[in-house]
Design a protein around this ligand. Sequence first.
Ligand code: HEC
Length: 222
Amino acid sequence: MWNIKIKWAFVSLIFLTIMSACDAGLKRKKKSEALRKEMKSRELKFLTPSEIATNAYKVGDLVVKAAEKEYIERLTEMIKEKGVTYAIPYCQFNDLMLTDSLSDLYQVKIKRVSLRPRNPENTADSLESQLIDAYQYSIDQKLSSADNLQELDNGDFLLTKAIVLDQTMCTQCHGTKEQIGPKNLKLIRKIYPKDQSIDFKEGDLMGMWSIHIPRKELIEAL
Ligand code: HEC
């Protein structure tokens, strides 16, 4: 009888010891998990401003390069297959698969802005206008019109890249009235009665890419 009780006591003791060891193990695991998270958040906090800016540039550059490539490819293909007139209503900068998914991932907003836009929605705001003026100055002075990364007052970033007319393809819709031709000019004016985007020639600054990169998503994605 006693023997059985003692045996049980032993068994329970061993069981409890195992349990508490497990529990300690679990707690340790939780602790190290919490520590890992803490380390991670500290790591994030310890990112230097220049590291954050470097990453903002990388993200913005990735999105704009994808956008540029996808957009030009779509436009070139459409013109080749169906002609310039057909392509005009499709020149809006949207429905680009890769660009949209990258923009969603980092919550990046990408625009093409100009001081003389075709679509008034693409009018540069005051900061953007200053940047376009600066690009124009650099081009006039034959200086480099390199990309510009600005940190905004709220800590977000604005990456801009000059858009220079560098392909004859563009003059079919943005060149002189003769280059555009009466039929296509009429269609452009019908869709965009306030169009100002003509008379550009090769080497002219047409505007710029303007990419807004929110700081929060950028840091979370690191
Ligand atoms: C088939 C005609 C067509 C061709 C070719 C074309 N564009 Fe456009 N472009 C348009 C139209 C239409 C818009 C207005 C899109 C919108 O509603 O946002 C536009 C808008 C733009 C804008 C935005 C500012 C604005 O004026 O609204 C830029 C910048 C631009 N084009 C540059 C270019 C460059 C550079 C090329 C050559 C690589 C090019 N375009 C080729 C028709 C064209």
